[in-house]
Write a protein that binds this ligand. Structure first.
Ligand code: AR6
Length: 176
């Protein structure tokens, strides 16, 4: 099976994705915010925030799961990416952990299809070229180690993000 059967880069809105789980690029409080976090809470409805209040927040690089409520997705996996601070504060490592822990949590819940946003590339200021390479590498690495997921989507909200994530995927697959 080729990697392209499983992993794809899509220009679109994550809240519309018909997958088992969508990933939220949240903050440590898990109590909502702007960007993709705001869009997910808005589309899922108030019950999502109610459940998030019971979770006690989430450390950077880790992930927690809730229901998807009014979303097409059954689950929301909330993860917290690093705030970019010049690159010397383990930002790469925390970004990798956010993707990896989201994938591991998905598999614990028998999730087969998942959609990720560009974690940290918005308000958190992580350079998109670097973030896209790390996202793709982490997902491919996870797949190499025997992956239960069969549909992994990287959802890009604008052309610039789409350009970087699709190039990163092509390059990484060509190097395998
Ligand atoms: N679907 C897909 N991608 C989206 C959507 C959407 N509906 N809306 C925005 N994006 P950001 P971060 C893209 O800032 O950098 C929040 O306030 C967006 O264009 O949402 O991890 C949290 O509460 C960008 O490419 O997440 C945190 O405080 C990408 O999603 C903080 O922002 C991520 O941008 C997290 O910052």
């Amino acid at each position: 099976m080729s990697y392209h059967d499983t992993i794809s880069v899509i220009l679109g809105d994550i809240v519309e994705q018909e997958v088992d789980a969508i990933v939220n690029a949240a903050n440590n409080s898990l109590l909502g915010g702007g960007g993709v976090d705001g869009a997910i809470h808005h589309a899922a409805g108030e019950k999502l925030l109610e459940e998030c209040r019971t979770l006690g927040g989430c450390p950077t690089g880790e992930a927690k799961i809730t229901g998807g409520y009014l979303l097409p997705a059954r689950w929301v996996i909330h993860t917290v990416g690093p705030i970019w601070n010049g690159g010397h504060q383990k930002e790469d490592e925390f970004l990798v952990r956010a993707y990896r822990n989201s994938l591991l949590l998905a598999e614990e819940y028998d999730i087969k299809s998942i959609a990720f946003p560009g974690i940290s590339i918005g308000a958190y200021g992580f350079p998109v070229d670097r973030a896209s390479v790390l996202a793709v590498k982490t997902i491919l690495e996870h797949m190499k180690n025997g992956c239960l997921l069969d549909d992994i989507r990287l959802i890009c909200f604008n052309d610039e993000a789409y350009h970087f994530y699709s190039n990163a995927l092509e390059l990484a697959v060509s190097e395998i």
